[in-house]
Design a protein around this ligand. Structure first.
Ligand code: ADP
Length: 247
């Protein structure tokens, strides 16, 4: 049964004369892990920027939970529960793992700093931060300096910080990029785990990750949707093989 949480209807984005996203329609079903794939320059990042309203579409409409969010600001989109996981550079290396998650919770609540001197509020926040760290299997590293975490563990921390913002739809931008085989496996399992009760839209290049966890895949090429379907359908599509897999 179709139950879309996010619908992009004929969205386009022009940069000068160049159409980076060209009449893209996309339905992300509630509870799915939906992957956006395509060669470099296909328009994936621009799509993410449009869906989170970091960029305004030149034309088209975006609906979240059936409501038109095309005119929303990025902050309004985030308040609705569409949360984009930012790059690791957004995590502060000089803070402990716990402090980073706590800071994310503070930011999510949007309350100014002086309120957080209250000891009871701080301990409530720490308790929630520890729950989030447990969800991503980082509780044993709570008091480590973030700078000392291995790369793959930093990605888990970033996911914990994102979960603290109570996402209904989480957007992950190349979550396994630059990782070795072992970390890729861990992060793939983690994404599957945190997807329970949530919806995930991710840009991902690693086809092993996609075949393991993606319920649905949209393939972009030169700003347009080339194909959409499950892994079996997309990976056997001759146009996709030609354009994306180079065979
Ligand atoms: P992908 O994420 O799939 O690699 P992008 O969305 O980053 O693709 O880029 C799609 C195309 O749009 C590329 O050709 C890129 O050069 C172009 N593009 C992206 N952002 C801008 C911009 N701000 N100004 C001009 N061209 C842009």
């Amino acid at each position: 049964m179709s139950d879309p949480i996010l619908q992009a209807e004929h969205i386009s984005r022009r940069f000068g004369d160049f159409l980076a996203v060209d009449d893209v329609s996309l339905n992300v079903q509630r509870g799915h892990i939906h992957a956006l794939i395509g060669p470099n320059g296909a328009g994936k990042t621009t799509c993410f920027n449009l869906l989170t309203k970091f960029l305004a579409p030149t034309s088209g409409r975006i609906l979240f939970n059936g409501q038109d969010i095309t005119a929303d600001s990025p902050v309004q989109v985030a308040r609705r529960g569409v949360i984009r996981s930012f790059q690791i550079s957004a995590v502060f290396p000089g803070m402990t793992v716990l402090e980073n998650v706590r800071l994310g919770l503070q930011r999510g609540l949007g309350v100014s700093f002086h309120f957080w001197r209250s000891q009871s509020l701080l301990s409530q926040l720490d308790a929630r931060a520890m729950e989030l760290l447990a969800e991503v299997d980082l509780q044993d590293m709570a008091h480590e300096l973030t700078a000392n975490l291995p790369y793959g563990r930093k990605r888990a921390l970033e996911i914990a910080t994102t979960l603290g913002m109570e996402p209904e739809l989480m957007l992950l931008d190349e979550p396994t990029q630059g990782m070795g085989h072992e970390d890729v496996g861990r992060v793939t399992a983690l994404i599957k785990k945190v997807s329970r009760g949530r919806t995930i839209l991710m840009v991902e290049h690693n086809m092993n990750v996609i075949s393991a966890i993606a319920d649905r895949i949209t393939v972009l090429q030169q700003g347009k949707v080339l194909a959409e379907g499950d892994y079996a359908a997309v990976s056997s599509n001759p146009e996709v093989m030609q354009a994306y897999m180079g065979s």
